[in-house]
Design a protein around this ligand. Structure first.
Ligand SMILES: [Zn+2]
Length: 673
């Protein structure tokens, strides 16, 4: 192919991959394949300057700028590092460095390459003033409000820190927090997040810092401005990182900040982390090797795109081949049908893998799976392994009689024809009333620890009770009697007593958990808590409209629609009615308010405050008798306006003639001074 044509083709392909990666967060090729294409393009462009184009993908790798946040120029460009994918390339780089510094003993630092989002945080007078994303490398977006929720990143520095100060680090989602987030999404019937890196990136771009605060992000600081450090008499990167720990930052330590002086020692560290990375409680996608001394870094300098004194080494994504035994279908409590691949157990990324998610029918069709296929399984940044392809050479591809595994037309549990909602990839069993999988799912959710926490009742017993026809919905639980239970298998007097006692005790579980236990789609633990706090009783839900719900703090249209439609459903209402009759908690037990200064006021809290956090301001409103709402409407009577209140809110308040109250006036009013 002609150079010009190949250049055009590569540019088009790379633009498409960029879009899939950054905008849709659904890459279809590996980082390594992407880099190889980019590299080919860069070389062709260099050899054929006549095809130069400022919009070529080589001129801008990635870029995540949106219109939601203020754009700010970086103090110095946030460069990406050159990548390497094998030990040989690392050794060659180290030798080049050594050759560039003849007669010097070069120190290298081997660090982890955290799989997250790069951030530049600025401090002035020891206080965090800005937090910029990488953006296009020269300009980032100020997401300080969101970054300020990260507990491991100080808002105020310890004494001794330089002023001003810029640090760079990586924000990432540790596995335990990520798993907990997915668990709560599962419980709320919401789709789970696929990997921690994209979730961290998405979280930083959320408009609502209160939601960000519920997600336990972490931040590791790995770079401190060299000029500032040199001025303080600090001569190397590793010393600077250790110094930064004293100012209050979380920094790499021990083997994740290892100083070595030979190529062999670098390779030892690489070999160590290839294995040890599986024991970390966060994801890394490689290592970063830097020249330690600042004077050495300066002498080596930069290429046009990246520093010569640092190199990223990327781990190969682990991929294994195994046999597909078949496909199982799980029916969730909302009726969603999920195909799961049943695999010949295989070791991958330090754990034995037996299942892989197939997501939905489209995904299955794309893979064209047949029973007995040799499938390629990968575990990248994801928790759940996925099938990325079929090894046709090792499979029964030549077998004319093999048939692709077809997605079932009817529910594997109740045989009802499945439906697929417009615009959704998932199939559903519409028989929510009597599909055994959905009935069991709803009851198991209701009795779970975070909901009614019924002691003495487990999943097996629920299955047994449903099969025996003793329970059809959650309200039936409270009608169970010892006479009905005793004849069942494995039901001795003691377990019957325990079960009935557990149910009796659950009647004192607070209203918010009863609400959560009802399993309304999109109503997770936090949403249930907020809704209970605002509406205060089950009766209030029965007459609430979508508009009323949307005016509440932190309730969006999807949740509002779902809640309202449940409380219009006769079957659902009948269950609620019977739970009410059984004596469950159906209203919030009110605590004595601190005062009544805001009684009758319908208040919107907006902006940031000097003496209190936004949550504290909101608590102050309710504690003094005011009612909180999330958005300004004609019913709003007061806007508590802090700094940086959004212009659209300001305009709306002005248009509707709703008075604004500043922080000082608010404190005077509730303080009664
Ligand atoms: Zn069904």
């Amino acid at each position: 192919m002609e150079a010009g044509a190949r250049i055009a083709q590569l540019r088009e392909e790379l633009h498409a991959h960029n879009h899939r990666y950054y905008v849709m967060a659904e890459p279809v090729i590996s980082d390594r394949e992407f880099d190889a294409l980019l590299d080919e393009l860069a070389k062709l462009e260099e050899a054929h300057p006549e095809f130069a184009d400022p919009t070529s993908p080589t001129k801008r790798v990635g870029g995540d700028l949106t219109d939601k946040f203020e754009k700010v120029a970086h103090k110095s460009p946030m460069l990406s590092l050159s990548n390497s994918y094998n030990a040989e390339e690392v050794a060659q780089w180290a030798e080049r460095v050594q050759a560039g510094l003849p007669d010097e003993e070069v120190e290298f630092v081997v660090e982890l390459k955290y799989d997250g989002v790069a951030i530049s945080v600025w401090y002035e007078d020891q206080a965090m003033v800005k937090a910029l994303t990488r953006g296009d490398g020269t300009t980032g977006e100020d997401v300080r409000a969101n970054v300020a929720t990260i507990k491991t990143l100080p808002l105020r520095l310890n004494p001794g820190a330089p002023n001003p100060l810029e640090i760079r680090g990586e924000i990432f989602f540790p596995w335990p927090g990520f798993e907990a987030l997915n668990e709560s999404r599962r419980e709320a019937g919401e789709p789970e997040f696929a990997n921690p890196r994209n979730t961290a990136a998405g979280t930083l771009k959320l408009q609502d810092s209160a939601v960000v605060a519920t997600r336990p992000l972490d931040c590791m600081v790995y770079n401190i401005d060299a000029e500032t450090m040199t001025a303080m008499g600090i001569a190397s990167h590793s010393e600077a990182v250790r110094e930064a720990a004293k100012w209050g930052f979380k920094t790499p330590q021990g083997r994740s900040l290892e100083v070595v002086t030979s190529v062999e020692a670098i390779m030892d560290a690489v070999a160590h982390w290839e294995e040890a990375r599986h024991d970390l409680d966060f994801a890394i996608d490689g290592l970063v090797i830097k020249v330690n001394r600042y004077d050495h870094q300066k002498r080596l300098g930069m290429t046009a795109k990246s520093p010569r004194w640092a190199l990223a080494y990327k781990f190969e994504t682990e991929r294994v081949s195994t046999t597909l035994k078949g496909v199982k279908y799980q029916v969730g409590r909302t009726g969603a049908v999920t195909p799961v691949a049943d695999l010949e157990p295989v070791l991958l990324g330090g754990t034995t893998v037996k299942n892989a998610s197939l997501h939905n029918a489209d995904q299955m069709a794309k893979l064209d799976l047949r029973e007995g296929d040799a499938v390629l399984v990968e575990k990248g940044g994801e928790i759940i392994p996925k099938i990325v392809g079929v090894d046709r050479n090792a499979s029964s591809a030549g077998d004319l009689f093999s048939q692709a595994i077809a997605f079932p037309g009817t529910c594997p549990e109740c045989d009802t024809p499945l439906i697929r909602k417009e615009g959704e990839a998932q199939h559903y069993c519409p028989n929510s009333a009597t599909c055994p999988a959905q009935v069991r799912g709803r009851i198991n959710h209701f009795i779970s620890r975070k909901a009614m926490n019924v002691d003495g009742l487990g999943k097996e017993t629920v299955t047994q009770l449903v099969e025996a026809g003793l329970i059809r919905d959650v309200a039936d639980l409270y009608r169970l009697t010892a006479e009905e239970l005793l004849p069942l298998e494995r039901m001795a007097q003691k377990s019957v007593d325990n079960l009935l006692h557990g149910l009796e005790t659950s009647k004192s579980v607070p209203f918010e958990r009863v609400l959560f236990g009802l399993g309304i789609r999109h109503v997770g633990e936090t949403v249930a808590k907020n809704l209970a706090k605002s509406l205060k009783s089950m009766d209030a839900f029965k007459s609430v409209s979508v508009e009323d719900l949307m005016a509440l703090e932190e309730i969006g249209p999807i949740v509002a629609e779902s809640v309202a439609s449940h409380f219009q459903d006769a079957t659902f209402l009948a269950v609620v009615q019977r739970l009410q009759e059984a004596g469950l908690q159906m209203e919030v037990v009110l605590e004595e308010p601190l005062g009544t200064a805001l009684e009758g006021e319908v208040v919107v809290v907006s902006g940031v405050f000097e003496t209190m956090s936004r949550d504290e301001a909101k608590a102050a409103v309710t504690n003094h008798g005011g009612r909180l709402v999330g958005s300004i409407s004609s019913k709003t009577t007061l806007v508590l306006a802090g700094d940086k209140m959004g212009p659209s809110k300001l305009q709306k308040a002005e248009k509707l003639g709703i008075p604004l109250m500043d922080e000082a006036a608010f404190l005077t009013r509730i303080g009664g001074q």
